[in-house]
Write a protein that binds this ligand. Structure first.
Ligand SMILES: C[S@@+](CC[C@H](N)C(=O)[O-])C[C@H]1O[C@@H](n2cnc3c(N)ncnc32)[C@H](O)[C@@H]1O
Length: 197
C-alpha cells in the first residue's frame, strides 16, 4: 500500500502538504485553510481502513482531499471505494481537482453535501474517518455507530488538540458499551472505536 504510491498521487500529496503548511502561518482565514491531517495520521488511518472488515469506507470532512488520498490507497489495496463528504463548495472544487490529478476517481466518490443531512442513506459501514467541524462530532458519532458493521471502525481526528471541545463526545465514546474505544497519541490524537461483535 505504501511501497508503490503512484507518482501523480505523491505529487498531489506534496502540493497539499506545502499549501497546508503555508496556510497555517500566512494569515489565511480559518474557513479557507485546508486544515489537513499530518502524514503520520494519513498512514495510520490508511492502515486501519485496510484492516477494517468489509463494508463501506466513509470520510466526513474532505477539505482538499488530502486524507482521502491516504484512504484511497487503502481502498485500492482492498478492492473498496471511499465515499467522502464535503459541505463547502470551494473545498469540494479543490477536492475534485485533487482526485482528478491524483487519478483516484476509480476508488473515490465525492459527495458535496452535509454528512448529517445525507447519512440516512448509508448502511454497512466498515470504516469511517470523522474530521469535520468539532461542534458536530457528537451528532456524527451518533449517526455512524449504529451503521457500523460488527468489528467496524470509527476514527475521529483532533481527540487531543481539541479535547476540551470534544470532551462530551470523547467521554460518551469511551463509556459507550456498543464499542471498544481508546485515544491514540499520534498526530493531533485519534479516537479509535471498534463496534463490538
Ligand atoms: C479539518 S477539515 C478536513 C481535512 C481533511 N480530512 C484532510 O485531512 O485532508 C474539515 C472539513 O470538513 C468539512 N465539513 C465540516 N462539517 C461537515 C459536514 N457536516 N459534512 C460535510 N463536510 C463537513 C469542512 O467544510 C472542512 O472542509
Amino acid at each position: 500500500m505504501f511501497h508503490e504510491i503512484p507518482d501523480e498521487l505523491l505529487r498531489r500529496m506534496r502540493e497539499l502538504e506545502e499549501r497546508d503548511a503555508a496556510d497555517r502561518c500566512d494569515g489565511t482565514p480559518r474557513l479557507e485553510r485546508l486544515r489537513q491531517i499530518p502524514p503520520e495520521t494519513g498512514r495510520f488511518v490508511a492502515l486501519l481502513a485496510a484492516s477494517a472488515p468489509r463494508g463501506r469506507c466513509v470520510e466526513i470532512g474532505t477539505s482538499a482531499g488530502y486524507s482521502a488520498l491516504w484512504l484511497a490507497l487503502a481502498c485500492r489495496s482492498t478492492g473498496r471505494r471511499l465515499t467522502t463528504f464535503e459541505v463547502l463548495p470551494p473545498k469540494a472544487a479543490l477536492a475534485r481537482e485533487t482526485f482528478s490529478q491524483a487519478r483516484v476517481a476509480d476508488v473515490v466518490e465525492l459527495v458535496e453535501a452535509d454528512f448529517l443531512a445525507s447519512s440516512d442513506a448509508l448502511s454497512d459501514i466498515g470504516f469511517c474517518f470523522l474530521d469535520g467541524e468539532k461542534e458536530t462530532y457528537g451528532a456524527c458519532y451518533e449517526a455512524v455507530i449504529p451503521k457500523l458493521v460488527p468489528g467496524g471502525l470509527l476514527v475521529a481526528d483532533n481527540a487531543i488538540n481539541h479535547q476540551e471541545t470534544l470532551r462530551p463526545m470523547l467521554n460518551a465514546a469511551l463509556a459507550d458499551d456498543r464499542v471498544d474505544a481508546l485515544i491514540v497519541p499520534i498526530g493531533k490524537g485519534e479516537l479509535v472505536c471498534r463496534k463490538r461483535d
